[in-house]
Design a protein around this ligand. Structure first.
Ligand code: AMP
Length: 328
């Protein structure tokens, strides 16, 4: 079975954009591939987070992925720092990673600009750690967005370089996996662009009914069309895209017709939208609450994931050590 691997940033709660853009596809992928999902807590150290924040966000993100339907019996879900073999491979990769090529990576240059007082070596060698994450399990595919494409190219380059250096075909070159057409762009409800944590416009899966309602009722709209069948300005198109994602087709058609006849009342649309978002989120929210409160279960899942991931990682490290010339 082919292997899919994806890193998960431990940055707080999942929002609807994360769910429909990525997590939903992961839940599907676990049926057809051998999946490794890891919470990238080592990667997060490049920004020097506080220990209590790491602890809290790792636990939160694990609970939320499980609540969304990642099945720890099917997929291997683990915390990166529970599998120290990754660091050994990171070291080997770093021995053949060159300053010039690392400095040329766009995401490094962006980060260096964003945090000029903290341009640490972890930031520079981020592509080496990402390559180690991937190569340690010999992953065939890595679901990534466009912003990670250059890091994927680096991972392939490091795999090729290792193979060339030792005259072997040991590592396969991992391919980027573009999530199916099912992955949709979830718009923000603040008039333009997409939903995102840093955009400050996110509706979180864990939001309660009142919070969802408040966020949706605040959505940007306008005074309505004055001509039948007018094109929709972006804020209105975004409201309709959201309806398309969470509501029944008949609901979408109903409001679309109202819009085309210039009879739309955005208050009604938003009320319905808030209701439908809540209908979608509430079972996930209940599972988040249930799973988050069961510390023993979370620990069990993390331990089992770490064991499975370590088994795969240890096998790779044994072989890599022998190729490099360590041991007997
Ligand atoms: P982030 O939380 O920004 O690191 O996003 C993690 C992943 O969630 C991204 O790589 C996307 O696949 C997905 N994602 C985030 N926001 C959206 C959105 N508004 N629409 C669709 N997908 C999204």
């Amino acid at each position: 079975m082919e292997i899919v691997l994806s890193g998960i940033r431990p940055t707080g709660n999942l929002h609807l954009g994360n769910y429909f853009g990525a997590v939903q596809s992961f839940v599907q992928l676990q049926h057809d591939y051998k999946c490794f999902f890891f919470i990238a807590d080592w990667h997060s150290l490049t920004t020097h987070p506080k220990p209590e924040n790491i602890r809290r966000s790792v636990k939160t993100i694990l609970a939320e992925y499980l609540a969304c339907g990642i099945d720890p019996e099917k997929a291997t879900i683990y915390v990166q720092s529970d599998v120290p073999e990754v660091l050994e491979l990171y070291l080997y990769i770093n021995m053949n990673a060159y300053l010039g090529e690392l400095q040329r990576v766009t995401s490094f240059k962006d980060k260096a600009r964003q945090q000029p007082d903290n341009i640490n070596a972890g930031l520079l060698t981020y592509p080496s750690l990402m390559a180690a994450d991937i190569l340690i399990h010999k992953a065939n595919y890595v679901p990534v967005g466009k912003d990670q494409e250059q890091n994927m190219e680096m991972a392939r380059r490091f795999a090729r370089r290792f193979n060339m250096m030792y005259g072997t075909e040991y590592f396969i070159e991992p391919a980027s996996f573009h999530l199916s057409e099912k992955a949709v762009k979830v718009p923000g409800l603040d008039g333009s662009g997409k939903m995102g944590k840093s955009e400050g416009n996110a509706i979180y899966l864990a939001d309660d009914e009142q919070t969802i309602k408040k966020k949706v009722m605040k959505a940007v709209s306008d005074s309505g069309p004055t001509e039948p069948d007018s094109p929709k300005p972006e804020p209105i198109a975004n409201l309709f895209s959201m309806l398309e994602i969470v509501s029944a087709k008949s609901t979408y058609d109903y409001f679309n017709e109202k819009y085309n006849r210039c009879e739309i009342r955005y208050g009604d649309l938003k009320k319905q939208l808030a209701e439908d978002i809540n209908k979608f989120c509430s079972p996930i929210r209940e599972r988040i609450i249930e799973i988050s409160s069961d510390e023993a279960y979370l620990n069990r899942v993390a331990r089992a994931g770490a064991e499975k991931a370590s088994e795969s990682a240890a096998a790779t490290i044994r072989e890599v050590r022998s190729i490099i010339g360590f041991g007997a």
